[in-house]
Design a protein around this ligand. Structure first.
Ligand SMILES: Nc1ncnc2c1ncn2[C@@H]1O[C@H](COP(=O)(O)OP(=O)(O)OP(=O)(O)O)[C@@H](O)[C@H]1O
Ligand SMILES: O=C(O)c1cc(-c2cccc(F)c2)nc2ccccc12
Ligand SMILES: [Mg+2]
Length: 273
């Protein structure tokens, strides 16, 4: 029996269906694996564009990381294959599409819906961090919705393996290349900040530090210029949780397991997950 892991996939293994969307490097199609009749999303990436953008290593890292993650709120990557011109990623199909379309449609979410999503994301991130993986790019565009309305974190293109502090604390940094030194600065608490930004955006429909110019957004972030609009009316418990996650000093941000124990989550998140 060839397990999913080491099967050599080819395009002939699939019937291709409707396009699901367009990404930077190619299209994503609904597809059905012929032997199992399993419905998947087939993400087709053009090698020329990957080379032009010099993202080959990032794609290999994304595939390596995502193929080993198994969690109900993380989009599965079942496998990949490539031919002369294209790389194909075999992904779990998220039947209800993109979360940000949903957010645009209803402008902002109820506190129960926002808390349910935040709890699902916190559990997925706890799982990732437990495997020394940080996502680094948690935003509505990278969140898809499964058939039961559950969130699926997708796009691990910016994720990295954080190496153990042992190796970075006592080992000298002198010989590490910039990209590795950068991830030393960049610990798992970055995902807590992003979750706080997402929680705010679920509740108000706009991200907390939005501004016309990038330079203004940058300033508002570094100053943690956090303001809660008078409308829509949001509970003080919700504001309390957001305020504990959007903290400049990353070591002072509310740890993810404490997010799950916060009164606002306990009172509002759907216990079925
Ligand atoms: N697994 C999936 N299930 C359902 N729809 C999907 C899936 N993957 C992608 N899509 C649809 O295809 C669109 C493009 O996919 P994706 O965002 O992965 O491409 P991309 O933007 O090139 O990737 P990245 O964001 O890493 O650059 C998504 O916005 C979404 O609408
Ligand atoms: O021709 C190749 O060997 C090739 C392989 C891969 C690749 C290999 C494993 C996983 C993955 F996601 C991508 N990506 C590419 C990107 C651009 C040009 C060529 C390639
Ligand atoms: Mg995308």
């Amino acid at each position: 029996v060839t397990t999913v892991e080491n099967k050599r996939w080819t395009l002939n293994d699939f019937d291709i269906g409707k396009p699901l969307g367009r990404g930077k490097f190619g299209h994503v199609y609904l597809a059905r694996e012929k032997r199992s009749n399993h419905i998947v999303a087939l993400k087709v990436l053009f090698k020329t564009q990957l080379k032009q953008s010099q993202v080959e290593h990032q794609l290999r890292r994304e595939v390596e990381i995502q193929s080993h993650l198994r969690h109900p709120n993380i989009l599965r990557l079942y496998g990949y294959f490539y031919d002369q011109k294209r790389v194909y990623l075999i992904l779990e199909y998220a039947a209800k599409g993109e979360l940000y379309k949903e957010l645009q449609k209803c402008q902002y979410f109820s506190e129960r819906r926002a808390a349910t999503y935040v709890a699902q994301l916190a559990r997925a991130l706890i799982y990732c961090h437990g495997k020394h993986v940080i996502h680094r790019d948690i935003k509505p565009e990278n969140l898809l919705v499964g058939a039961q309305g559950e969130l699926k974190i997708a796009d691990f293109g910016w994720s990295v393996h954080t190496f153990s502090r042992r190796r970075t604390m006592c080992g000298t940094l002198d010989y590490l290349p910039p990209e590795m030194v950068e991830s030393v600065e960049h610990d798992a608490n970055v995902d807590i900040w992003s979750l706080g930004v997402l929680c705010y955006e679920f509740l108000y429909g706009v991200p907390p530090f939005e501004a016309k110019e990038h330079s203004d957004t940058y300033r508002r972030i570094v100053q943690v210029d956090l303001k809660f609009p008078p409308k829509p009316i949001v509970s003080s418990a919700a504001k309390d949780l957001v305020s504990q996650m959007l903290v400049k000093d990353s070591s002072q941000r509310l740890p993810l397991h404490k997010v799950l124990e916060h009164p606002w989550i306990i009172q509002n998140a759907d216990p079925s997950g």
